[in-house]
Design a protein around this ligand. Structure first.
Ligand code: MN
Length: 206
């Protein structure tokens, strides 16, 4: 069963400066597990936004939990599998939250905000290191990177996050999105994926 949903903030270089930015750890926030659903069919267009944005992300499923997990043991012991997911965002509400110093939940934790492909077990897909990650809207490329572009790798993320909270079986970690996030309109066609992990095809609802 899906436990908590942790989402990692800026974790790919969106500009050359991002690679050099000395951050101990990227920001993280959460979505309720009820936001997760199988990514297929129609993606409901959420209320209360004029700026509904896609963020394609590698999703890690935790198999064995722990506190203060050693980075060397993350891949061999703690990851159950991987999926591709969308960290959907009401960007206009996020901008207001950033300006006013308010919480991100209105921008991030809405209904159906975390569509996800079926989770692929590690024993089937292995650990993605150089796999391409990409997203197209209406056959036009919006986002493309490789997993090796992650500023904090999956072992680094899980080791560091588990110093702050105890991770549990079933927790999902959305690991951040490459440059190119942008708005979607009703009836747009989404095609996103991570090579060797999974693909998403959905249509944005009215
Ligand atoms: Mn994100």
């Amino acid at each position: 069963p899906v436990g908590r949903v942790f989402c990692i903030g800026r974790n790919y270089p969106w500009s050359p400066e991002d690679r050099n930015a000395a951050s101990a750890f990227p920001s993280w926030f959460m979505k309720p597990n009820t936001a997760v659903f199988l990514a297929e069919g129609v993606l409901p267009f959420p209320p209360a936004t004029q700026d509904f944005c896609h963020e394609v992300e590698l999703v890690v499923g935790i198999g064995k939990g722990g506190f203060n997990i050693a980075r060397e043991q993350v891949e061999s012991e703690h990851v159950w599998g991987y999926a591709v997911g969308l960290d959907l965002t009401r960007r206009d509400l996020q901008k207001i939250a950033k300006t006013q110093g308010g919480p991100w939940e209105p921008a991030k934790a809405f209904d159906a905000s975390a569509p996800c492909s079926p989770m692929m077990p590690v024993k089937v897909c292995g650990h993605p290191h150089r796999n391409p990650i990409w997203l197209y809207i209406n056959e036009q490329e919006r986002q493309r990177a490789i997993i090796a572009d992650l500023l904090f790798s999956v072992p680094d993320l899980i080791a560091t996050l588990s110093k702050s909270v105890t991770l549990l079986p079933g927790d999902l970690i959305f690991t951040g999105t490459p440059v190119g996030v942008d708005a979607m309109q009703p009836n747009d066609h989404i095609h996103a994926g991570i090579s060797g992990i999974g693909e998403i095809r959905m249509q944005v609802g009215a």
